[in-house]
Design a protein around this ligand. Structure first.
Ligand SMILES: Cc1ncc(COP(=O)(O)O)c(C=O)c1O
Length: 435
């Protein structure tokens, strides 16, 4: 049974939980349409962080005093909340700084394994070398591209890319033909942060699994919008950032299948991640502690857990149903504006995308378009959205991106689309100048 979209009254009640939404920007009510860059925070998330500092602040996993024990319990309870959110086990959850950090963790750990030295010597399973291939895609965010470039450069492995078709969609035939016995890592995003289109993982991942490749999913743009089940998707590792799903900045999640995490060496070194240390050598704890050296991001972890409870209370299936309707409205609204070029195949069904669209206003630089929107209180993202290769592939240098969150109303999208329609006339461009 498909879930019911949120009602107008429910969205109004949700909006009331986000203090920032009541402010004005440039004399106009704020329409925050940049949730894909970072989401706004409900009061309960802000309070969860503050309450920790007010009443339970202590270093976790150390010290015998009561506060330390309480803080440790809160921290590990939060890990359990994240694990439940993804329907995985607690020890499969590693807290990171953000998605970028999580992807770098994986690439650095593989790089370390590949040296065959130090701690890397004890974890040879995922070591890479010449002849091995890392496969990513042409539409990745830089965070899921540059760590693999660096890993390839350090290990001698070859980096390959699943190409994007002219319509901004991954070429699935090419994906299948690029996967071979040489493929050791497949790293790809769940949802493109430029087109908002959901990657058809079922058409790619089984091929990678068949050849034994490690599959790494960048779930940054999916985790807040659809029910994320890494095990059902068949991926080995998945990352996302807390700040994009109504949680704090400075916190991210790396999910790893237990036997995969167990086979990866630590990526950075220090206290709390070890069993015994001599002056010459250290032995490391099992995951997840092996990957969380130093004093962790306790307040942020608690804020993230609260954000996940918030999303659970709303119901991600209902969020998805609501956002599919918003996606439809956004796409059809933009399609009706003359002189707009949408990035990504407009024919992809709303159910296979999130409520996010990037576009180019013919004859107007994205930054100028963004400024027109900002002048009337509408916050959108402009630029290459950290996806230069995809923009280059689509023949543009920058675009305007509108993205929705749980608090977005159809009226806000209509308001943005009306302003978008005014941009070309504002710059003195008529329909005849449309290329
Ligand atoms: C698809 C995707 N991957 C990775 C990232 C990086 O996230 P963060 O900057 O929080 O590390 C983003 C952020 O925009 C993203 O959209």
């Amino acid at each position: 049974m498909t879930a019911a979209p949120l009602t107008d009254a429910e969205i109004e009640r949700l909006r009331a939980q986000f203090p920032i939404l009541s402010r004005e920007v440039n004399g106009h009510p704020l329409a925050y349409l940049d949730s894909a860059a970072t989401a706004q925070k409900p009061t309960r998330v802000i309070e969860a962080e503050a309450e920790y500092y007010r009443s339970a602040n202590a270093a976790v996993h150390r010290g015998a005093h009561t506060l330390a024990a309480e803080a440790t319990e809160l921290y590990e309870d939060a890990r359990h909340t994240v694990a439940r959110f993804l329907a995985v086990d607690d020890d499969e959850i590693v807290f990171t700084g953000n998605a970028t950090d999580g992807l770098n963790l994986v690439a650095a750990a593989i790089g370390h394994a590949s040296t065959g030295r130090g701690a890397g010597a004890d974890f040879p399973r995922f070591a890479l070398g010449e002849g091995d291939e890392i496969l990513t895609t042409e539409l990745e965010h830089h965070a899921n591209l540059i760590p693999w470039q660096e890993l390839a450069a350090r290990t001698g492995a070859t980096l390959r890319h699943i190409p994007v078709r002219d319509d901004g969609v991954l070429d699935l035939d090419a994906a299948v033909s690029l996967i071979s016995e040489r493929t050791r890592v497949l790293a790809l995003s769940h949802v493109s942060n430029v087109t908002g289109i959901v990657t058809p993982l079922a058409a790619i991942v089984p091929h990678a699994k068949r050849v034994g490749a490690l599959v790494v999913l960048d779930a940054c743009q999916s985790a807040a919008h659809l029910s994320l089940r890494p095990r059902d998707l068949g991926v080995d590792l998945a990352v996302f950032s807390g700040h994009k799903l109504y949680g704090p900045t400075g916190i991210g999640v790396l999910y790893g299948r237990s036997e995969v995490l167990a086979a990866l060496p630590p990526h950075v070194f220090g206290g709390s991640a070890i069993t015994t240390v001599t002056l010459d050598k250290a032995a490391f704890l099992p995951p997840p502690q092996r990957f969380e050296p130093g004093t962790p991001r306790i307040a942020q972890v608690l804020g993230l857990a609260e954000a996940l409870r918030f999303l659970d209370d709303v119901g991600l299936d209902r969020v998805a149903a609501t956002e599919h309707a918003l996606a439809e409205r956004l796409l059809s609204g933009l399609a009706a504006v003359p002189g707009i070029r949408l990035l990504g195949d407009a024919a992809v069904a709303p159910a296979d995308r999130i409520a996010l669209a990037s576009f180019v206003v013919d004859g107007v630089h994205a930054h100028d378009a963004g400024q027109v929107l900002d002048q009337v209180g509408i916050a959108v993202r402009v630029g290459h959205h950290c996806a230069q290769p995809l923009h280059r592939r689509l023949g543009v240098t920058a675009s305007v991106r509108i993205s929705a969150g749980v608090h977005t109303t159809p009226a806000e999208l209509d308001r943005a689309i009306d302003v978008v329609a005014s941009i070309r006339p504002f710059f003195g461009l008529g329909e005849e100048e449309t290329s």
